[in-house]
Design a protein around this ligand. Structure first.
Ligand code: URA
Length: 433
């Protein structure tokens, strides 16, 4: 087929058929279609968005463009969980053992971080010995034995997405909702998922800057999932301020461990809300409220922490980081940011500025080949709504050189705005769709 006819239809406001989209996905995966034609199609698809059927067809075509992981036979119910990504989002590290401790089987393929949104694979790589290269058989076997397993993406999973995603990044077409949906769900389908709980992040530190856009993305994920035979349950959660008290790979693992061991707060509440939703979606709870109660009790009982210890050991951890969190990497220098004004309340903490600052000192990647520094990052002492007085610590930056620590502290200070009147704190969980 001449790819120009597929391009012409998209350019002229028409539609592409399932066959057209199979040609596109297969041609992208096998590098048979040149980047200039794929880029032209992506821009045309950005301007003339795919409709609901086309989005589902593209999703299935991309899922079929490489290997499919077969997870049938796992103890039911089994679920996958996915977040659209945000600053300080270490939810999976709490949620996976929590759900397994509640009786679910959880299998997850996670990505590395790119840009300001960190990746679970990078975070977990700060645990000495932790393996993130499980084969599909090892993944399935471990999930069968202990109820949970997580690995990095297998190289040939939805390869069309790898090619298209890189081109979207380079052609300013990342923000198209049908393209985001097919990118996310094709990997879930290829990874063998049946039920997926998706956490759509919304705000300055996320892909979807506003609640309206987040709702559109959530609705499209749900419709496309149904058309592709995937059961989805979707939450929308806030990403205007960083999630939790830490941003940076090892720092986030430490925080996840504290939450598993009983630390309370806004981030813990989000984990419990999401767990409630998963328990409802998988039929282990009649509704989200009962699911939430089960999750809160399981966290409190210490069973989720025990499950995390079992998980880390099963994937090769050489040190029990729940007992010895100081075995996790830590940067050499730290610098606190003190509040220098009169007393007030924290009004905003700009997640984007915090995310960019952490990336700049080595905590994230600017390009796919960058290496990262696992111990660097930032710990927040306050959240939106916290009262502050002159001299209060707003946050502490951890960096590998004194100069970077001082620079990052100055940058981080710019993320905070203060109010002279009280500010109401708000939950991270916004709504379920
Ligand atoms: N995550 C993905 O996997 N793809 C997108 O397009 C956006 C977020």
């Amino acid at each position: 087929m001449d790819f120009r006819s597929i391009l012409e239809a998209r350019r002229d406001g028409g539609r592409n058929s399932l066959d057209d989209l199979r040609v596109l996905a297969d041609g992208a995966a096998k590098e048979l279609i040149p980047d200039y034609q794929l880029s032209a199609w992506l821009m045309a698809a950005y301007l003339n968005p795919l409709d609901a059927d086309e989005t589902a067809w593209l999703t299935m075509a991309m899922a079929e463009s490489g290997d499919r992981v077969d997870l049938t036979g796992l103890p039911k119910p089994w679920v996958d969980k996915h977040s659209t990504g945000g600053v300080g989002d270490k939810t999976s590290i709490v949620l996976i053992p929590l759900l397994a401790a509640c009786g679910l089987t959880v299998v997850k393929m996670s990505g590395r971080g790119l840009g300001i949104t960190g990746g679970t694979v990078d975070k977990l790589s700060s645990i000495p010995g932790f393996r993130l290269d499980l084969t599909p058989d090892e993944l399935k076997d471990q999930a069968q034995r202990i109820g949970l397993a997580l690995t990095g993406q297998t190289p040939n999973l939805a390869p069309a997405d790898k090619v298209l995603y890189a081109l979207r990044d380079a052609t300013a077409t990342v923000g198209s909702i049908p393209l985001i949906v097919s990118s996310i769900l094709s990997k879930k389908l290829a990874g063998g998922a049946e039920t997926v709980v998706l956490d759509v992040k919304c705000g300055r530190g996320a892909f979807m800057p506003t609640l309206d856009r987040a709702r559109l993305l959530a609705a499209s994920l749900s419709t496309t999932g149904a058309k592709c035979g995937l059961k989805t349950r979707i939450a929308i959660s806030d990403m205007n301020q960083p999630l939790g008290r830490s941003v940076g790979n090892a720092l986030e693992v430490r925080e996840a461990i504290r939450v598993l061991q009983g630390e309370q707060g806004r981030f813990t509440n989000l984990c419990i809300e999401l767990a409630g939703l998963v328990l409802e979606a998988s039929g282990l709870a009649p509704d989200q409220v009962s699911g939430r109660e089960v999750a809160a009790r399981t966290l409190e009982s210490g069973l989720a922490a025990l499950k995390a210890r079992e998980w880390f050991a099963a994937q090769g951890a050489t040190i029990d980081v729940l007992a010895f969190p100081d075995a996790l990497p830590r940067a050499k220098f730290s610098q606190s940011v003190l509040f220098d004004g009169p007393s007030g309340w924290v009004q905003t903490i700009d997640a984007e500025t915090i995310g960019k600052t952490v990336v700049a000192i080595g905590g994230g990647r600017r390009t796919k080949t960058d290496s990262i520094l696992l111990g660097v990052g930032l710990e927040l002492d306050v959240e939106v709504g916290s009262p502050v007085a002159r001299g209060s610590v707003l946050c502490t930056v951890h960096a590998e050189s004194e100069q970077e620590a001082v620079w990052a502290a100055q940058q981080a200070r710019g993320a905070f705005t203060l109010s002279e009147t009280p500010i109401q704190p708000f939950d991270a969980f916004i709504e379920a769709v």
